[in-house]
Design a protein around this ligand. Structure first.
Ligand code: AMP
Length: 419
């Protein structure tokens, strides 16, 4: 179905064609008409599905169709979990608002930077706000804006918002909003807390489920490569040499690992940089800009920092360390294969993470063939239930080693007992 059949106005259709979008993504086809009708929407959709435009396009149209008496009156509030997502979402909306007959003011409000420039920006009013919850409340407390006039509220990446501990802030924000409003709720996953929040917020929502990884992102090839933990950096260098990957986003577990691995790659002549939560906003923007401009080829990042990053051409995401949860796995691999472009998501699996990866596979109903790369075949083998005999002795052997409590838990996990 073309964009022109979704009820969008000529102004918005022009913005879409200027942006270069030709066909709506499934979430756009499903959500746009519902949002234009003023309905609440509950959508299971991941980053990369085109969800930002799915709510931005109809909301822009609703704003344009209902001019307020006073100019610059806040009508649309979009809550997001991170500053990167706030900036990117605001940028996308600004690009789509270019064709609006009356210029709209769209502000991105997020913490981690000085509040004063944001207060200045809000002077004279604003039409659309994209904000992280904590900073939004700070600004409200400073009387820099009021959210009492909004007609549409969007919760984007609701699961992330809750994961990051914004439950109380969201409750406080909801209490400040007018009762009569449209609510749009987007989440990649629906654990019980997310369900509960959706039930509390939404009024007879239209449910849109574009969830399954396989259906939603057929373009992502998921690979699992077995390698000993101590040889992962060498294997990473080998893969970078052997493949013509323009940009690679490497996920690690800690800030230290991000710095350490980026440094090692850098010393090996690879254009690599670290990216994690302790960077200042300025440093983050700079690294991201370098990555987007291909001055940096390999970004070694932690989960917190890399959440919500939208880089149009990201062919490879690599889990150097596995994500803690199946949900994080979804978010990480959703960084590639965006909007129909193909992508590869590689996970390094070593003896001690095999069981954890099996759990991730199980949650996603996924089965990745284990690969080994010549010259990097693992010598340490997992001691898993039913595979005790696979213990290799070439590394001095872990045979006979008494299983620790952790090992036993892992084995149980591998058998699905902790599910
Ligand atoms: P999102 O899921 O909102 O993060 O969007 C992922 C990427 O897809 C962004 O780079 C968008 O600019 C792009 N995109 C969104 N909608 C479309 C579309 N209909 N056609 C092509 N690209 C799109």
């Amino acid at each position: 179905m073309p964009f022109s059949n979704l009820g969008l106005s000529p102004t918005i259709l022009q913005a879409i064609s200027e942006r270069g979008y030709t066909t709506p993504t499934p979430i756009q086809t499903a959500a746009i008409p519902e949002i234009l009708r003023g309905n609440d929407v509950l959508a299971a959709a991941q980053t990369g599905s085109g969800k930002t435009a799915a709510f931005a396009l109809p909301l822009l149209q609703l704003v344009q169709d209902s001019p307020t008496e006073k100019p610059r009156q806040l009508r649309t509030l979009i809550l997001v979990p991170t500053r990167e997502l706030a900036q990117q979402t605001a940028e996308s909306i600004r690009a789509l608002a270019q064709t609006a007959p009356q210029a709209l003011k769209i502000a991105a409000l997020f913490g981690g930077v000085s509040i004063n420039p944001q207060m200045m920006e809000l002077r004279g009013g604003v039409d659309i706000v994209v904000a992280t919850p904590g900073r939004l409340l700070d600004l409200i407390e400073h009387n820099a804006l009021s959210i009492a006039t909004i007609s549409s509220l969007v919760l984007d990446e609701a699961d992330r918002l809750l994961d990051m501990g914004f439950t109380d802030e969201i409750g406080r924000i909801l209490a400040l909003l007018p009762k009569q409003r449209q609510n749009l709720f987007f989440s990649a996953t629906f654990p019980p807390a997310v369900h509960a929040l959706a039930a509390k917020m939404l009024h007879q929502p239209t449910r849109i489920a574009i969830l399954a990884l396989e259906q939603n992102q057929p373009a992502i090839q998921q690979r699992a490569i077995q390698v000993d933990a101590g040889r992962r950096t060498q294997l990473l260098r080998h893969l970078l040499r052997e493949n013509t990957w323009g940009r690679v986003l490497v996920f690690v577990a800690t800030k230290y690992a991000a710095e350490h691995i980026a440094e090692k790659l850098h010393r090996a002549g690879i254009k690599a940089a670290a990216f994690h939560g302790e960077f200042s906003q300025g440093a983050r923007d700079e690294v991201l800009a370098d990555f987007k401009a291909s001055k940096v080829q390999v970004l070694v990042a932690t989960d917190v920092a890399a959440r919500g990053i939208d880089i149009a051409q990201l062919p490879v995401v690599l889990n150097y360390d596995l994500p803690r949860s199946a949900v994080d796995y979804t978010h990480r691999i959703g960084r590639t294969g965006r909007a129909g472009k193909s992508g590869i998501a590689i996970s390094f699996i070593s003896a001690d993470t095999e069981a954890h990866f099996r759990l991730i596979e199980k949650r996603h109903n996924l089965k990745c063939e284990r690969e080994q790369i010549a010259g990097f075949e693992p010598v340490v083998t997992a001691v898993l239930a039913g595979t005790e005999s696979s213990t290799d002795t070439s590394n001095g052997g872990i045979k006979g080693k008494r299983k620790s409590k952790k090992d036993k838990l892992r084995e149980a996990a591998a058998r699905g007992e902790t599910e």
